[in-house]
Design a protein around this ligand. Structure first.
Ligand SMILES: [Zn+2]
Ligand SMILES: [Zn+2]
Length: 218
């Protein structure tokens, strides 16, 4: 598998492209903006973009979806609880950042446990609400990788003060779903540096809290 990342836009969103070398099928994840560097990479490697996947519906993760879909004809994938955000400039927060962007409705609505196939690669959908109600993570067991959007960051966790956010739910998603994956799994967040599950289990101070947000006192 090929995994390539670009940092896009004023919020420095990590946009990922993963591809299966034998079939040349690819999936683009969280395109904040349309960017010619990504187009060049796709075209120079003669990749076929099968899916454009949004980990959630905030504008810094979907701003480039329509432009890439028009260019490559891919299926757009999101959780059903994020659909409203695609078409609402207030819910997707684009009005706040002065871009006021509506994005077309996704073609494929996924739920927890669904599997998407990109050539020989299996992408397992894990519903990980908390940052938003329909946030998903994409787990690729064959590569020991999980792409988590704005759920979990290097040494931190996603915001829950935006509409639909819920800290207790976010902590449950991390502890009961992401932390159940093999500990050596690499974590690719929506912003900032990559990390691993074991490192976040051991060092992330936000996760030393109980599910209700209370700090555990030793
Ligand atoms: Zn977000
Ligand atoms: Zn984000």
């Amino acid at each position: 598998m090929v995994l390539k990342g670009w940092v896009l836009g004023e919020l420095s969103t990590n946009c990922f492209l993963l591809a299966d070398e034998s079939s040349k099928e690819a999936a683009l994840i969280d395109p904040a903006f349309f960017h010619e560097d990504i187009v060049r990479f796709i075209e120079s490697n003669t990749l076929k973009v099968k899916y454009i996947i949004a980990t959630h519906g905030h504008i810094d993760h979907i701003g480039g979806v329509d432009a890439f879909k028009d260019r490559f004809g891919a299926y757009v994938v999101a959780h059903e609880k994020e659909v409203e955000m695609f078409s609402s400039v207030t819910k997707n927060l684009s009005l706040w950042v002065g871009r006021a962007i509506k994005v077309q409705t996704p073609h494929i609505l996924v739920k927890d446990g669904d599997i998407l196939r990109v050539g020989n690669i299996e992408l397992h959908v894990i519903h990980t609400p908390g940052h938003t109600p329909g946030s998903i993570s994409i787990w690729i067991p064959s590569e020991k990788i999980v792409i988590v959007g704005d759920l979990l960051f290097f040494g931190s966790v996603g915001r829950t003060d935006l509409p639909g956010g819920n800290m207790a739910q976010l902590l449950r998603s991390i502890k009961r779903k992401i932390f159940k994956l093999p500990p050596e799994t690499k974590v690719y967040p929506g912003h900032g540096l990559c990390t691993t599950i074991i490192d976040e289990m051991e060092k992330n101070l936000f996760l030393k809290k109980k599910d209700d947000g209370e700090l555990i006192t030793a």
